[in-house]
Structures are given as C-alpha cells and as structure tokens.
Design a protein around this ligand. Sequence first.
Ligand SMILES: *Cc1c(COP(=O)(O)O)cnc(C)c1O
Length: 499
Amino acid sequence: MELFYRSTRNDSVKVTASQAILKGLADDGGLFVPERIPVLDRSLKELSDMSYGEVAYEVMKLFLTDFTPEELKACIANAYDSKFDTTEIAPLVKADGAYFLELFHGATIAFKDMALSILPHLMTTSAKKNNIKNDIVILTATSGDTGKAALAGFADVKGTKIIVFYPKDGVSPIQEKQMVTQKGDNTYVVGIKGNFDDAQTGVKNIFGNKELAKVMDEAGYQFSSANSINIGRLVPQIVYYIYSYVKLLANEEITDGEKINVVVPTGNFGNILAAYYAKNMGLPIAKLICASNENKVLYDFFSTGVYDRNREFKLTSSPSMDILISSNLERLIYRIAGESAEANKALMTDLKEKGRYEITPSMREELKDFYGNYASEQETADTIESIYENTGYVIDTHTAVAAAVYRKYREGGDGTKTVIASTASPFKFTRSVMDAIDKDKYDSMTDFELVDELSRIANVTVPQAIEDIRTAPILHTRVCDRTEMETVVKNILKIGSEQ
Ligand SMILES: *Cc1c(COP(=O)(O)O)cnc(C)c1O
C-alpha cells in the first residue's frame, strides 16, 4: 500500500516519499510526516536471522513505498559497506548494566553516518524518479557531527553540491578539523559567528525564501536538506533500534516480545523520534528515555508540558546536543495533537514569536512512554570515569549523558533491559573524555597525543577517520556573520546580484 507524506503545518499537502526526500522541508515550513506509521510485516524472529542491510530493507520498504525493491536494495548496499569498520554495522556492547548500541562505526565516527551514508543515494534516486534536471544543493546546519557526515556522504556525488554551516566556536577541535579538511569539488564549509540554533534558523530562512528559490531554479539549482528534518534521515535511523532488538533476541539476551527501554542522548530530537517510530511500528519498547545535557529544554518540557527556549545557551562537552530548538519535536507534537496541522501550527507560531509554547493536558497524557532527565557536566564526566574504572570501557561525552541519565532513571527501580544509543566514538571528543578520566595527567598533552593515549588505555585502535586528519591540509576557511548566510550561499553558487 502506498504511503504518502503530509506537512505538520498544512493538511492539504500530500507528497510521495521521494518528493519529501527531495524537498527536505515543506513549503509552509512544516516537516514531512508519514500519513500513518506502518507496522512491521515480518516477525521479530524472522528479522533476528538477518544482516543489517536485510533488516534495513524490511523497515525502509514500508516507508519509502515509491522506491522499487531494486532501487532501495541498491541504496542500502551502497551505504552499509566497507565504509563501516565492522560487518555488524551497529554492534552491541554490554557494560554498566545496559547494552551500548555503538552507532559510530561509519566513516566519520558518529551516529550521523547511520543515515548520512544512505541519504545521498536516496536523494539521487529520488531526483531520477522525479525527472529533476536541476543540481541539488544540500544546505546543512551542523552542531558538529551532521556536517562532516553529510560532507563525506555527498562529496563528489554527481548532480549535487553541499554547503555546511557550523558554529565557529561551538564544535570540538577534532570535529572542526574533520570538516575543514573535507575534500571534494562540490563541498563548502562555512563557520558562522553564532551558535547552532543561529545556523539552523539561518538555513530554515534560506529554505523559506521563495524569491531565492526562483533565482536558484533559473540558474539550474534547487535546495534540499541533509538535516534530521529530512525524512530520508529519519527512516534509516529507525532501522538500528529494530536491529538491536532482534540481535538481543538472536543472542538470547531477551525473549521474543520482551519489552526493552531505550536511552537516547538528545539534541534535535531526531534519534529518539526514530525510536518512537520503531515503537509505533510494533517494536516492544517500554520507556523512551530522553537524555539532555545542561541545555535541558526537553527535560523541562517532559516535566511541565511547557517548551521554553528563553534561557541561556550553554556550551558543554557534548556539543552535538547544545541545542535549544529541537526541530524534530514538531513531528511528535503533531502526532500527540491528534495529527492536527492547525493545532501544531499554532504552537510553532508561539515558539517562533514568544520562544515558548504549552501543550494541553490531553497531549501530555500521550507522552507517558517518555521519561526525560538531564546530566550536568560534572555528572557526565563522573560517568565516563566510573564506567572506565569499573569496566575498562570508554564512552564519549554524549553517550555519557545518556548513561548518567539512565543511572538516575534506574534508581526508580525499573529493571527492564535497556539499550543506550552510543552516538559517537570517544576519539571524536578525546580531550573531554581524557579530562574526565584524569585531568591532571592529560592536561599538558596535545590533541593527537591524547588520541594515542586513549587508544592505549581503552585498548582500541585509532579509527581511520582520526588517522586521516592527523596531517590533512585545511581546505576551507570561510567564516561569516549569522546575518550573511544567504549572501555566502549566493556567492558560492555565483547567483543573484550581490556578487
Ligand atoms: C547529533 C548528535 C546527537 C543528538 O541527536 P539528535 O538526533 O539531534 O537528537 C547526540 N550525540 C551525537 C554524538 C550527535 O552527533
């Protein structure tokens, strides 16, 4: 049965999956959502014998119904290959009373690779299906990890260009180095003087500029998005929750149908929304545990029903979660508002105009499967240290936020088996990780000395992604004000009157 996509802000919009992937964001500023969440048509037992790619096919075919089986299988085969350093793609590690689902074995060692290694293939296939003649310009705001993963995915992909905006002073040194050394004739990396929310708002404004879209079209270009607002990001992320469950089943860690909890270190709410979709597809998930860092807008939202971004923005050791406007929450709001575009739009207007909104008691009732909490900087560091001391396993700062929140949750007495989404390799945030383990000892070492030391104490080889940037030349030096983003885009594309 064909599945169409609707906008969260306008009931009359109805597009195919490939059209939704191409557009990224709906014209009305809303996000595309499937008109219903499909239910798994294979048993968990059947899925438990499958490889990652096979599970991916069984999940994604239900959402991307206008892709032929051959098209979808080709996209999957091109994505989950030797770019990953393990054939398991997303291995599970048992430690600290939970299962860490390692989502960082792809090219850029963060979980964004799980979706961004397939998105370029979904995008070019979608362009072909829809007879698109324009070049696709991928415009992306990044809090550090999406940027590199998208650059790696789209570099030298024919018919595309990619422009990434990142907060100049808001990413880790390794994240920045990874981005500014990116090769590829079609890649552009721009630092902005502002934070991630500024970058994301700037990108959304460019998307919403109808005049610019016209000029673009005349020049043979059209925009799309590699941010997690794109449904082509969300759908591949559902896969690993299902995969982790069926692997636990295959390994006899759980019985068929046994419920598990999942804990997700959250920023833009994309990853945990994928877990929510997995649950709605029939995966036996009990609690969806949403872990925030000190930018705890979501914790406050789950505790009070009020979303309020009017607060100080904090730079933390988990920069990919330093976000005050969690874009993907809109998809959840739409759903708990009874799929009412009108109700959702009113709340999003409040968010835009007042920086806050409040949901109704009946909407709050729909959130009872979520548990929100947060970890302070100190708690995050303590968790890295104690898991290392107790088990020898080293986790990154984002994963540590999740592990710290899970420890708090567990004190309530729920012994349900739990999967923690492990979203980055500790090698990506080496300085913060090593400081947490022994600040005095490691303070004087350089970033790359720390990399080697981490490799030694964790007994893990240095990932290729880190080896690659040790000596790589810097290829991107553009920096701009947050108000100049549109001008920069025009200059890069050589369009408009400004240049
Ligand atoms: C992006 C990112 C997150 C946050 O994921 P969302 O889908 O934005 O909630 C968490 N950890 C790491 C390492 C990330 O790169």
